[in-house]
Design a binder for this molecule. Structure first.
Ligand SMILES: O=C(O)CCC(=O)C(=O)O
Length: 386
């Protein structure tokens, strides 16, 4: 006999998860792994922070992005949401105007049905999300589709490009992946209250699990810059230490947990606006359908070790016919150089980050119209996804 899972309303979903959220928040407090982003006198990330990140696979840096910058980011995100098409096949925004995003080779917006899980239990993105999450019913007045992701932040948001050149964040990338670190990709996760979908349990990396030189850091890491305070109900959840245990059998983990996605070892990473999280791309993570009253916007961008990417084949958003050779890696890395300059022009008193592969090439990668067309426009066609 087929067992039917009852469909929950948004309210039932929120109430049903409350105890799990509270218990997770308590477990998170015990682990800690959060505090200010501390660099030593040489501008390097403090050793104990790096060790804590390597041990647990995540860290929350508190109060990194200052209110002025946060304000700029919010204004641009608000405008991108205002000017978004009304759905995946629409070319007009909610006011009937031509929608934003025409003219880029790769689409800016990803839409989903409200409160749905677009990837869980599908073959999408390398089949890395094997189990679908609970999909509560949205309210009757919910739109048919909602923005789930905004891609290409460096070409569509000046504040996004400047954030990409943030000196302390790039110092963290250097500490984790070496001085010659290289980009991965960028995506803004938008979880509107009562509408935002879930992201099923997964590990990000898809290419290097069987590599003879596999190690916990081989698939790189992601930053998430939080534009608003977030809570266990809308934030990212992780299983601490899971990045060190190889590829997880997520299907069995859920099956052994009475077919529940509420995995017992997981903890949330709630943040204040301006906090920045880092997560190893091998850590098991998810986020739940946002049945809370709070908006979450997470500017997500990652970096790799050069050695993980050079010679690898495209994966995830990239076709397997693309090989990441020296030229592709160099061209995609130019975005970091231009971002650093864009930031310096806007925040002239801030100490500029020295990106090792581009030392001596700074004059070629100034932030100006010419380099917008040459380096930034459609840069995401060269994302280095593994
Ligand atoms: O931030 C989220 O809600 C999901 C992020 C995520 O799963 C990812 O970056 O791989």
């Amino acid at each position: 006999m087929e067992v039917k899972t009852p469909v929950l309303t948004a309210q039932e979903h929120a109430l049903g998860l409350k105890q799990y959220f509270d218990e997770g928040a308590n477990r998170a407090q015990e682990i800690g792994n959060r505090g200010p982003l501390k660099l030593n006198k040489n501008g390097e990330l403090e050793r104990e922070i790096l060790e804590a990140f390597e041990r647990e696979g995540f860290y929350v840096f508190e109060g990194v992005v200052e209110p002025l910058e946060l304000g700029d980011l919010r204004v641009e995100i608000d405008s991108l949401l205002e000017r978004a098409p009304t759905g995946r096949y629409s070319r007009v925004d909610k006011f009937g105007r031509p929608a934003f995003g025409e003219g880029f080779k790769r689409g800016t917006y990803t839409f989903i049905k409200p409160l749905s899980d677009p990837w869980g239990g599908t073959d999408l993105l390398g089949g890395r999300h094997p189990v679908q999450m609970t999909q509560p019913l949205p309210s009757d007045d919910a739109p048919k589709e909602t923005v789930h992701l905004i891609g290409g932040m460096c070409q569509i948001m000046k504040s996004g490009l400047r954030l990409y050149g943030h000196p302390s964040l790039l110092a963290v990338a250097e500490a984790i992946n070496g001085k010659d670190f290289v980009p991965f990709n960028e995506a803004v996760f938008v979880k509107q209250p009562g509408l935002g979908g879930s992201v099923a349990w997964h590990q990000d990396g898809v290419t290097h699990w069987e590599a003879p030189n596999w190690d916990p850091g081989i698939h790189g890491f992601n930053f998430q810059v939080q534009l608003y305070d977030s809570t266990p109900a809308n934030c990212l959840w992780v299983i601490p230490g899971s990045h060190r245990r190889g590829k997880a059998d997520i299907k069995s983990m859920v099956a052994e947990n009475d077919n529940s996605e509420l995995l017992p070892e997981a903890i949330p990473m709630p943040c204040k606006a301006g906090d920045v999280t880092i997560a190893n791309r091998q850590i098991l993570h998810c986020s739940f359908a946002n049945t809370s009253p709070d908006l979450r916007v997470a500017m997500t961008f990652g970096f790799h070790r050069r050695s993980s990417v050079l010679g690898a084949r495209g994966a995830l958003s990239q076709g397997a016919d693309l090989v990441y050779d020296e030229k592709t890696v160099f061209e995609r890395s130019r975005v970091i150089a231009v971002a650093i300059d864009a930031r310096q022009q806007y925040f002239p008193n801030e100490k500029r980050y020295q990106y090792h592969p581009f030392i001596g090439l700074e004059d070629h990668y100034r932030w100006n119209e010419e380099n917008y067309d040459k380096v930034i426009r459609d840069y995401n066609l060269q994302d280095l996804a593994i």
